[in-house]
Structures are given as C-alpha cells and as structure tokens.
Design a protein around this ligand. Structure first.
Ligand code: GLY
Length: 408
C-alpha cells in the first residue's frame, strides 16, 4: 500500500464546535423546501434542471434523447430526483415522492432505450450510471421497497459493470470502450459511481460486482492520489499490462494542480468504500485527502474551485465544499472515539455547512446553492447554481439534521 503524506490540520478553529444548531439547520432546510416548491412549478415530469444555471436560472432538459445539445447534463438529471427524495424524507409530503417515482420510470426508459438499439439517445455509455441510479431508483427502492425500482437499479449496475477492465482493475470513465484515446482512463469522480455496484452485489449470487468496485477503489487509491495527498482528476492505466501510465486533468486548473471537486469525490468516496469493504486503507487515505483539503480553505471555510488557488477572492466551488463536508461526516462516523480527529472532522463539516447556509443559499428561488463551478476551463457553469451542488448541500443538511440511511 502506497504511503501518502498526512498533513497536520492547521486551523485551530476546527477544535471547537461552531454555533450551528439543529434549529439553524431546520431553518435552512425550510428555506430549501420553499425553493424546491418553486422549482417544481417548472421542473416536473420530463422537465429537469440542466446541469448548471445561466445567470442563476436553470433551463430545462429532458431525461431522454441525449446528443451534443444537452450532453453536459447527461449524468446530472438524477440530482433533481435525489433532491425530491431528500425533501420527501424531510417533510414526509407525498407530493415529492410521487414526482420522484415518475422519474424512476423515466430512468427505466433510458435503460430500455439502450437495449432497444437507441444506445446514443439513451445516454448511458459512460461511467456515471452510479450518479444517475443511486439517488433515483436505488433511493426509490430503499424508501418505498419498489421491486421495479430495484430491478432498474440492478440493470443499471449491469451496464456499469461492462466498463470494468480486468487487467487494469478499473472502471473506464468516458468514451467507447474501443476508443484508443479514452481507453484505460479512470477518474476520481467514479468513487461515487461504484456504490451502485456494491449495492447491486447484495442481490447477486456471485461477488463479481463487489470485486469490481473494490478493485477499482484500490487502484484509484494507489495511483490517483499523489504522494502529498492531493489528487489527479484522471489517471491512465495500461490496459494490456495493467501498469500505471500517467495522471492528468480534465476539469482542474492543470495536470499537476488539485481540482477541488475531485479531492471532494475522494474525501466522500473512500469512506463509502470502507463502509462496504471494511478495508482501513480507505480511511487512512481519506484522512490524508481531508487534511490536505482543510489546510487550503479560505476564511469562510468554502474551497476555491481548484486548491491551487488560496485567495479570499478567488472563485469558490460550493459543490466541492458540500461534497467534502459529507465526506468529513462519513469519516468522523467511522473513526473511534479515541481518534482526536473524529471531533475535528465533524466540526469542520459543521463550519462548512454553516458557511454555505449563511453565505451561499440561493436567494431567487431558482436554485439552492450559489457559487458553484461545473467546468471552469470549458466556460461552463462558473459562479452559478450546479444541480449536483444543490443536491449534496441538501444531503449534507439532512445528514446533520437526522439519522439518514444513505442512498450511496
Ligand atoms: N463528475 C463530473 C463532475 O464532477 O463535474
């Protein structure tokens, strides 16, 4: 197992629990319910928010028929579904459940389209099936017991498993499996796609999906994390020999910088892999990633979009902040009481949640969390709502508000 650097956490503030009470969290969640109710006027049936807003207003995208005109949202429609499930759990109001269950049918339709020779239009030829199905049909199954939602989730896991390359022990990210330029590339985001395989494995006779997910997480932990505990966004493996090739970025500032959301996918994803596998390497690595992340936060505890930027006035990425804060909670839950960082991670998560609530909550009823970034160099969604940021902020608050059974 590769050793990576564990920085000492510099910010003494994290030793003290911030003033952010259950009532404060409830007050934010109540405001979010109002936003979601407003969004529901526009986004229902086959109308979903696009991946990111323009001028802080989301346009609508359908969940079916994918091509280059809506490609940026190909992996993100489920975040709206996930928000509806979270708000249903918070309010117990059936209207959110009824809408989310319509989405389950839409996600089923995508899989049916795939098998009915509409592969392009189905928009499922990528690794993001975990994002699409964990918080839609898996959530549906976990909350309602729907057998059809379970069946759809298992079909999605089956599709995801086709991206596994045994020699390299990874799930390939984007691109057709036969495309030489894309072959053998894994990305840190995939840490949040493999939970679909861990979940689906429980319903299979063999342990094939478990090993795919576990092996992928081990390979990512070995190569995508640098010695200093920062992360590459993407890493290429040689699919003939299984040897590592090189790391690079897609959405980060540069190949050798540390894209904040990538680091956050690691901080949240490795503890989830620990939950399913009990392999302590994932906890050790997540701690290294977390400390690196916490030592590069501006004063308001909300990270800049790439951790190479340390300035107070640089562009934040609130989505990365919310995802990392969830990871810090997962980590804190796992660690024994004897580990001093248990409290520190919980406190840090609360500082982030408090800052997001007080400084970044949407104020025009069109979205939930301001100052997200989707793809900086691509010029897409910079200082905007991003639907995954909205989702993870609600998940973070719900986790802080009550005992929550994870969709992941
Ligand atoms: N998984 C793609 C992203 O984080 O933007």
């Amino acid at each position: 197992m590769k050793k990576v650097n564990l920085e000492k956490i510099q910010n003494e503030e994290y030793k003290i629990c911030p003033e952010f009470s259950k009532e404060d969290i409830k007050a934010t969640l109540d405001k979010i319910v109002k936003i979601v109710d407003h969004m529901l006027l526009k986004f229902h049936d086959d109308s979903f928010p696009r991946a990111c807003s323009k001028g802080y207003v989301y346009d609508s995208v359908g969940n079916l028929k994918w091509d280059s005109s809506n490609n940026e949202s190909i992996w993100t429609t489920s975040f709206w579904t996930g928000i509806l499930w979270l708000v249903y759990e918070y309010t117990n109001d059936e209207k959110y459940k009824i809408e989310a269950q319509k989405h389950s049918e839409s996600f089923r339709q995508r899989i049916d389209n795939y098998y009915n020779k509409n592969e392009e239009e189905a928009g499922l030829n990528h690794h993001d099936l975990g994002f699409l199905y964990s918080i839609s049909t898996v959530a549906d199954y976990k909350l309602t017991g729907s057998k059809r939602a379970l069946e759809t989730s298992l079909m999605a896991a089956e599709l995801l498993s086709k991206r596994y390359i045994d020699k390299a022990k990874i799930l390939q990210a984007w691109g057709d499996m036969s495309d030489e330029n894309q072959r053998g590339r894994m990305i840190i985001d995939c840490n949040l796609n493999i939970p679909l395989l861990y979940f689906a494995n429980n319903f299979k006779e063999d342990n094939e999906f478990y090993w795919m997910a576990y092996n992928h997480a081990k390979t990512a932990s070995q190569y995508i994390i640098r010695d200093d505990a920062s992360t590459f966004h993407t890493f290429y493996m040689d699919t003939e020999t299984g040897e590592p090739r090189f790391g690079s970025t897609h959405q980060g500032y540069s190949d050798d910088s540390c894209w904040a959301r990538g680091q956050a996918w690691g901080i949240m994803g490795f503890p989830i892999s620990y939950r399913y596998t009990k392999d302590l390497e994932f906890v050790d690595k997540a701690k290294c990633l977390a400390n690196y992340f916490l030592n590069r936060l501006p004063k308001d505890h909300v990270c800049n979009w790439d951790l190479i930027f340390l300035g107070e006035d640089d562009q934040r990425d609130t989505s990365a902040a919310a995802i990392a804060a969830i990871g810090l909670l997962e980590l804190s839950d796992i660690l024994p009481k004897t580990d001093k960082t248990k409290e520190i991670y919980k406190n840090a998560s609360l500082y982030i949640a408090k800052s997001l609530s007080e400084n970044y909550l949407g104020d025009n009823l069109e979205g939930i969390l301001k100052s997200g970034v989707y793809f900086y160099h691509g010029g897409l969604g910079i200082d905007e709502y991003v639907i995954f940021g909205d989702y993870f902020f609600v998940e973070l608050l719900l986790r802080l508000y009550k005992k929550w059974n994870s969709y992941w």
